[in-house]
Each structure stands twice: as C-alpha cells, then as structure tokens.
Design a protein around this ligand. Structure first.
Ligand code: IMP
Ligand code: MG
Length: 175
C-alpha cells in the first residue's frame, strides 16, 4: 500500500519489470535508428524518469530536448492542452522521436504531433511507456509501447497525482 496525498495506491509495475521492458524498447530504438541521428523530444513533466532511463540504454548518436505541456488537473484530463515550454530546436528535416509517459485520451499526443508536424520533420515516431487503450478518444499511432494498462489512474515513475508521487521508482494503481 502506498499513500500519495489523500489517496491509497497498490503496487502495479515493479522497478524490475520497468527495467526489463525499457531494455527491450531501447534495443528496438537502437536497431531502428542506427545511422540516423534522431532528435529525442521528452515530454515534461511526466516522462522525465522514463526518458532518462531509456536514453541511457540507447546506444546510437542522438540529440535530446524537452517540451512541456499540461492537460491534467488532479485526476482528470481537462481536454485542453497548454504548451508551457515549446520546442526550441530546429525540427525541419529531423527524425523526431517523441517520448511520453502515458497516452490516456490521446488529446495531448494528438496536439503535440500536430505542433511538431507543422515544423516539417523528416519523420516522427512516438514512444509511450504506458497506454490506456480503453480511454482513447483520439486515434494515435504509437510506435513503441511499454505496457498496455486498464483505464485506472496510476502514479509513480514520473507520473503524478496532483504533483505528488513522481519520485516513486515503481508504478502504483489507484486502489
Ligand atoms: P491524454 O491527453 O488524456 O492522453 O493525457 C496525457 C497526459 O495526462 C499524460 O502525459 C499524463 O501526464 C497525464 N495522465 C494520464 N493518465 C494518467 C494517470 O493515470 N496518472 C497520471 N497522469 C496521467
Ligand atoms: Mg505527460
């Protein structure tokens, strides 16, 4: 049992399971992007831990940057996406890899992909650690997915409940 703010959570995905799955994704990305020098865009805040662990295991030359968007308030998607820090790098002609913590309704990812596409990248692929297929409202193509999970609120490993729980090294599910 884990208490985060005023709610109780139960263990869901262990640090070992995360590590193993991230190893696999890193191998796939390294193989798919060999010789291509991609630009990795991590989506703040939620993806910070995942991007960090994933990119330590990707063994090809790449560049990294971060974008910051916000759509959630406490436990609900507001349906509106605010861009808090935009993309400062040159996107035109680049092979972009977007790294997210979770795709829930797909609203954030759809908005982000539109924003990035407008800047003329050579290609875009999407990595998401978690994916809740049952919550999807906008169709999103995901190239690399860590875990498909049920439509239940989760925290830990970068994901928060009202700002708390991001530092937990495993993922917990609302009880
Ligand atoms: P979407 O726009 O509904 O797909 O939501 C995407 C964003 O909402 C993610 O990047 C997360 O930051 C946040 N989010 C969605 N589901 C959860 C959850 O279960 N726990 C914590 N944050 C979540
Ligand atoms: Mg996020």
């Amino acid at each position: 049992m884990m208490k985060v703010k005023d709610k109780e959570f139960t263990p869901f995905i262990s640090a070992e399971e995360l590590d193993e799955r991230i190893n696999c994704i890193a191998k796939d990305i390294s193989k798919d992007y060999r010789g291509r020098n991609p630009l990795v865009l991590g989506v703040l805040n939620g993806a910070f831990m995942f991007v960090s662990d994933l990119m330590k295991k990707v063994d090809i030359p790449l560049q990294m940057s971060f974008i910051k968007i916000s759509s959630y308030q406490a436990m609900n998607s507001t349906g509106k996406v605010r861009e808090l820090i935009g993309v400062s790098e040159e996107i035109k002609g680049r092979e972009v890899i977007v790294v997210e913590d979770i795709v829930d309704t797909g609203v954030s990812m759809t908005h982000l992909l539109e924003t990035i596409s407008e800047k003329g990248p050579a290609s875009i692929s999407v990595v998401s650690l978690l994916f809740k297929p049952a919550a999807l409202k906008k169709p999103v193509m995901l190239d690399y997915v860590g875990f498909e999970i049920p439509d239940k609120f989760v925290v830990g490993y970068g994901l928060d409940y009202d700002g708390f729980g991001r530092n937990l090294k495993e993922i917990y599910q609302l009880k």
